[in-house]
Design a protein around this ligand. Sequence first.
Ligand SMILES: *Cc1c(COP(=O)(O)O)cnc(C)c1O
Length: 388
Amino acid sequence: MKETTKLLHSIPVDELTGAISTPIYQTSTYVQEAPGVNKGYDYARSNNPTRKVLEDLIAGLESGSNGYAFASGLAAIDAVVKLLSSGDEIVAVDDIYGGAFRLFTHIYQKFGITVKYVDATDPANIAHAITPATKLIWIESPTNPTLKIADIAAIAKIAKAKGVLLCVDNTFASPASQKPIELGADLVIHSATKYLAGHSDLIAGLVVTKTEELGEQIKFIQNASGAILAPFDSWLVIRGIETLSLRVKQHSENAQQIAEYLLTQPLVKNVYYPGLPQHKNHEVANKQQRYAGGVISFDLKIDDKELATQLVSSTRFFKLAESLGGVKSLICLPCEMTHKSIPAEKRRAAGVSDSLIRLSVGLEDVEDLIEDLQVQFVALSKKVSITA
Ligand SMILES: *Cc1c(COP(=O)(O)O)cnc(C)c1O
């Protein structure tokens, strides 16, 4: 059985009715036959059959042992950090998702957990940062918004040798493209808000563990802290995952063409896309990802926020919004949006210039998306030649 067949048929048919679509169990509690005698479900924070189908589905898809669904990607990240204790240290990728940075720095630091941020494009940087207090390595690949790639298998080797857990935020690649647990990671988290749900219609998070033992710890935290995913949203994520491999393939094909188009544009300075041979870690991306993904960033030769603002505010099909991974294309200006809370100097040092534009390439016909950008480049070049 091949992968997509296996995925689709791992979603069980409802035993009670034969419903082919997973029933939505919209309930808070379950009637018991006698005190403590139940059908495996007692209270819906602890367990819900709809959520359970999603949790088993993502565990299978990520080649892990257990999966857990949370109210948001950040709630999933939060659950993983709660595996640690005061005095423990995290070594994290330096261009980490801003929300994870905020959580680590502004919430967990005050509980005595410290974080070191390193450039994970070279695994040696991670090895050097590990101390006896390090309990968790946290990476993303590709990263946001400059699409840096970390060699997951190489970092997993380091983690294993040092007895440190490795967690990979697999949001940008999605399991249709990259499976960190197969590459040696212990934990995978997702903002299911993005590619997994895929339609920009909910907020959700997932954790997958490599082992049963880690799974039980995450399950305990999920129930103890309570940030569970609701039944209807669980159902929507299941529905999204059914078409994940088709979508990610098409997102990537569209993005590859747009990235190649951007390279030809005289106003464009850098194009950040792992599918381009020019990308610094293109070989590593090829090795560990099946698809290069749907996110591209680029900046302008004239690093001017006003010009970039005009571009992102004027596209027709690329809608100006935060987030990514939906069927409709989005465009954003990280310095004013997703990365505004990072001090300007630090932001620029990380490659997020004032004109850096991030695209989440959707499933529209790629010719229309390229024309949409072309119209903007023509308008910008007129503006530039007038002011020059
Ligand atoms: C969006 C995102 C998150 C946070 O997920 P939410 O669902 O918004 O809480 C975490 N990591 C990455 C890489 C993301 O893009």
